[in-house]
Design a protein around this ligand. Structure first.
Ligand SMILES: *Cc1c(COP(=O)(O)O)cnc(C)c1O
Length: 462
């Protein structure tokens, strides 16, 4: 039995909650590559970004220099309603694994949207309101981001228009209805309400949609309506900035008890929870103060970091967004339809991509059946039914803990538990029925996706 001097849950008082976001880019010697104008291939300026994004968020997006960015009091007040998120010592998991490792997880599922996405949604809605906008448009895949944004918009009395990937719109009716309850309008994508949607429907009749395609529709909807801007729940540097609240709370809680993690693990879709969780720790590593091992975990069926290329690519299928330099599988890459585990974005945040490219972090991928096995194992001992996305991090943490069991090392492992899986029960049903299958894209399929990467000097796919 482990001695249980560290509480099962470490909470912070309201006074201990972060007052500033932490901007990792300020401590990076080599900055993430700038977003480029897809026409001129010149870095995007604030003037070019402001027709699409909220002004203050554009400033944050372009800010590579300020280490701390104050969290406005209105946002701090909203955070107090559902934060701090608990930092949990996984005593039961450790015992069941019989590992000498000490395992902690930061649990972000304690709000109605069920994930960390609310942390950025409330910030983005606040800045939109402050600018005097009528509303915002966005896309959502599985629905967590749309749900979080609809909650944030209703709090600040903003209109919220969500383009939801069609397959999710049809399968994830519960999230759709939560969004509508919070007053959002939800449109299945591709739809015939936008030019780009009609074009995609004509080219791919019967398509069940993709995140990249929904992004294109949401951007068009924002730029074609007066008083609207587009907001995004992941990938962008501003989103990683808002999500730094996860890591800042975690670090304060750990420091209180003198705990130092050796390994920090997060699942990686667009990279926002991972970027947020690791932020203050990565800052110490970047400044040469401390060393940590960071591991990004992604699905084997959508392996942008582990099998993609580090090049400029389109952020969306419709190719209306700026180009971002990132590890990518190509904006036309769509994961196999049997993939149920989320994290389906074709690329990864420019910040995460640059850190990974510089060797500051590692990446691994797992197949969905083994990820769901980890989810089931975790649910049965720690009592939380995890989101499929989060379960990638659980799988990564269990693997590290099992390595410690072999070597006898008493490492401290920290992972991000980004959300709950209550609305992912169709995927759990497949797993329980034994009908869940794995699919790893072939080299040819990866190459086909990468063939869609924009061609210009210096941007060759290898
Ligand atoms: C959206 C989501 C993710 C993946 O997004 P990131 O930007 O990579 O963090 C992970 N877990 C949950 C529960 C999510 O909703």
């Amino acid at each position: 039995m482990a001695d249980k001097t560290i509480p099962y849950k470490i909470y912070l008082s309201e006074d201990e909650l972060p007052k500033n976001y932490y901007n990792m880019r300020a401590d990076m010697k080599v900055k993430p590559a700038p977003l480029l104008n897809p026409g001129t291939h010149e870095p995007m300026t604030a003037e070019e970004l402001e027709p699409v994004f909220c002004e203050e968020l554009v400033q944050q997006e372009l800010n590579d220099d300020d280490r701390l960015i104050p969290i406005p009091e209105e946002i701090q007040d909203f955070y107090k309603m559902y934060r701090p998120a608990p930092l949990v010592r996984a005593y039961c998991l450790e015992e069941k694994l019989q590992t000498p490792a000490k395992i902690y997880y930061k649990y972000e599922g304690n709000n109605t949207s069920g994930s960390h996405k609310l942390n950025s949604a409330i910030a983005q809605a606040y800045y939109a309101k402050k600018q005097g906008l009528k509303g915002v448009t966005t896309e959502t895949g599985a629905g967590q981001w749309g749900t979080a944004l609809s909650m944030a918009c209703s709090y600040f009395d903003l209109d919220c228009q969500v383009y939801m990937v069609k397959v999710s719109y049809e399968q994830k009716i519960f999230r759709r209805e939560v969004m509508r309850t919070y007053g959002a309008s939800v449109t299945p994508s591709p739809s015939d309400t936008t030019n780009v949607g009609r074009q995609i429907l004509a080219e791919h009749p019967g398509t069940t949609g993709s995140l990249g395609c929904a992004i294109s529709e949401a951007v068009e909807a924002a730029t074609s309506q007066e008083g609207y801007r587009y907001v995004l729940g992941s990938v962008l540097s501003q989103v990683l900035l808002h999500q730094s609240i996860i890591g800042l709370e975690t670090k304060t809680a750990m420091d209180k008890y003198g705990i130092t993690p050796d390994v920090i693990i997060g699942c990686c879709g667009g990279g926002s929870n991972l970027g947020g969780l690791i932020a203050p720790f990565m800052g110490e590593k970047l400044r040469g103060e401390k060393d940590y091992q960071f591991i990004a975990v992604e699905p084997a069926s959508c392996p942008s970091l582990t099998r993609g290329q580090y090049v400029y690519d389109f952020c969306d299928t419709g190719r209306v967004c700026p180009l971002a330099k990132m590890y990518t599988l190509g904006s036309g890459f769509i994961p196999s339809s049997n993939h149920a585990g989320g994290l389906r974005y074709h690329g990864a945040s420019t910040v995460i991509s640059e850190l990974y490219d510089q060797g500051y972090m590692d990446a691994v991928s797992y197949e969905q059946t083994e990820v769901f096995q980890a989810a089931e194992y975790f649910a049965r001992c720690e009592g939380i039914l995890p989101a499929p996305e989060s379960s990638h991090a659980i799988k990564g943490a269990i693997e590290e803990a099992l390595k410690c069991k072999e070597t006898g090392e008493e490492k401290t492992i920290l992972f991000g538990l980004t959300g709950t899986g209550y609305f992912d029960l169709t995927a759990y049903q497949q797993f329980n029925d034994g009908t869940m299958t794995d699919y790893i894209p072939t080299d040819e399929e990866i190459a086909a996706g990468l063939a869609g990467v924009p061609q210009f000097p210096g941007n060759e796919v290898k």
